[in-house]
Design a protein around this ligand. Structure first.
Ligand code: SAM
Length: 287
């Protein structure tokens, strides 16, 4: 189980933070996401402290070089409308866009693109769109109330005071990396939107859907994964492509990916790297 409380780096005596067995528990202050001048690296590191909807917004720079090349080699993307679902702060989208010779449109999509922050004394509480408190950040500690009943009880008063002020004082925080925002501002082909992978894409259908590190057995059971895959299938036109990527944290951390084309109402594999975790489920769609 993940520790539901962690100490914040740089807020404790240096001898304590330097102790080898404790060092890995200290985390960067996640309120970097409120800082307009945060570096792309600090913003990404803060993402690994944001737990939402049973998933974590963990991402990385240069995280998908092999799997991006797999997609580029397998599919002609020159006129493609691409949707990247579960893109977190958009860092991996920025990387893929940088590798593409050309494309028509790229939508950076995620169900959790904003949080609201409320400050109560020395603490800041962060809430999702359903008004659930997902993180409390103090001077020295950060805590995840959704991960533990004890934490919910410990921080109950702070959360209640923050919730009461959410409408009047809540500051909206856009969870897109500063690099991603710059790209969206400078390239009219790139946009972002809120999208739930369990629902069918609204509006112009994308030609290619990339989903990385979201449709994992770590997060969802097979019934839910199949539900998401049916929605993705219905979101693609005939001849459209789906790429699923996993970066497993196993003894063998090599990325795994599959690329499938929608053909005759099913998914037909066109390329793969390693053993994609849910390839068996993708092949059941429409069968
Ligand atoms: C582990 S991150 C993956 C980020 C990025 N794709 C990567 O590989 O680095 C999972 C992302 O999925 C998003 N997410 C969780 N549930 C979702 C849903 N139902 N629909 C769309 N996105 C969702 C989370 O907000 C988070 O940003």
């Amino acid at each position: 189980m993940r520790a539901p409380i962690r100490p914040i780096r740089g807020r404790w005596p240096s001898w304590l933070e330097g102790l080898a067995p404790l060092r890995r528990f200290f985390r960067l202050d996640p309120l970097a996401i409120l800082d307009d001048d945060a570096s792309p690296e600090a913003f990404r590191e803060a993402m690994s402290s944001i737990h939402v909807g049973g998933t974590i917004k963990i991402t990385g720079g240069d995280r998908h070089p092999e799997t991006d090349e797999l997609l580029i080699g397998a599919v002609d993307l020159s006129n493609a409308r691409i949707a990247d679902i579960g893109a977190s702060d958009g860092s991996t989208s920025v990387d893929l866009i940088g590798r593409l010779p050309d494309f028509a449109a790229y939508v950076i999509a995620d169900l959790y693109l904003t949080l609201r922050a409320v400050r109560v004394g020395s603490r800041t509480a962060l809430f999702d769109a359903q008004d659930r408190c997902v993180l409390v950040v103090g001077r020295r500690l950060m805590a995840w109330p959704e991960l533990s009943r004890v934490v919910r009880a410990l921080y109950g008063r702070v959360i209640a005071r923050a919730a009461a002020r959410l409408r009047s004082d809540g500051r909206e925080v856009l969870l897109l990396n500063p690099e991603t925002r710059r790209l969206i501002a400078s390239d009219p082909r790139v946009s972002h939107r809120t999208h739930d992978v369990f629902t069918v894409w609204e509006g112009d259908r994308p030609d290619v859907i990339k989903i990385a590190n979201l449709l994992r057995r770590l997060y969802f059971d097979d019934a839910d994964l199949l539900r998401a895959l049916h929605a993705v299938h219905a979101s693609l036109p005939e001849g459209g492509h789906l790429m699923i990527v996993d970066n497993p944290r196993l003894a063998d951390p090599r990325p795994r990916a599959g690329v499938w084309r929608r053909e005759d109402g099913r998914f037909v594999e066109v390329a793969r790297l390693g053993e994609p975790e849910i390839a068996d489920l993708v092949e059941r769609v429409g069968a």
